[in-house]
Design a protein. Structure first.
Length: 196
């Protein structure tokens, strides 16, 4: 049997994307927050979920204006993303300090991060309370993807997006690495092994 270490009830090591969640407050002041507990959770309807501690300014902003954008962080923006994850917008202007640029979204009040290769516009739909966290769900109303990602491959080239992977618990950022297989295709090789 493969030897494994039991780590108990914890959240360590599971790889997550690194994202920047952009919001505005009721007066239109913008904030940026790093979130790794973020992902697409439904295709019909297109839905994104972000898990936020209830004391985040980002959570208060979403409650106030009912919108947020989730901006994929590419590997070369690791330092800016880390900064936005260790300081609250309650005590600093993270947009100014990080040097990141905000641009207006097309359908929501919250802005987009210009330097991100993939921006997801979300309209708040509901939340689920998880202890100190709030799983905030938003309908995906628009996505902006860097045009150059489609130059060679019609479905988009992952190397252009270059997503920064976050390993919580050990607190490290990694790159995406090499492509391993094609989804919904390479698994078909095992279909012939299925028992009748
Ligand atoms: C890599 C990384 C990932 C993070 N992911 C989350 C997350 O998914 N949810 C959360 O509530 N906080 C997360 N944080 C912490 C927040 O980004 C941090 O508390 C931030 O200061 C909140 O900013 P705000 O108060 O301006 O919203 C993360 C921090 C780092 C460095």
């Amino acid at each position: 049997m493969t030897k494994k270490r039991q780590l108990g009830s914890c959240v360590t090591f599971f790889p997550q994307p690194t994202t920047l969640v952009a919001t505005v407050d009721g007066e239109g002041k913008a904030d940026l927050m790093t979130a790794s507990w973020a992902g697409i959770v439904s295709k019909t309807p297109p839905t994104m979920a972000v898990s936020l501690h209830h004391n985040r300014l980002t959570y208060a902003n979403i409650c106030a204006t009912k919108s947020f954008s989730v901006n994929l962080v590419p590997a070369h923006l690791a330092v800016q993303a880390d900064y936005c994850g260790i300081t609250s917008g309650r005590s600093a202007d993270k947009v100014a300090t990080s040097g990141l640029t905000l641009t207006p979204a097309t359908l929501i009040e919250a802005p987009l991060v210009e330097e991100s290769p993939l921006n997801v516009e979300c309209r708040f739909v509901r939340e689920v309370e998880l202890g100190e966290y709030r799983l905030v769900m938003g309908e995906i109303v628009e996505i902006h993807a860097l045009e150059e990602a489609f130059a060679k491959y019609p479905q988009g080239d992952a190397r252009v997006f270059d997503p920064l992977v976050y390993l919580g618990g050990i607190r490290e950022y990694w790159g995406l690495g090499e492509k391993s297989a094609d989804a919904y295709r390479d698994g078909k090789r095992l279909l012939e092994n299925e028992a009748d």
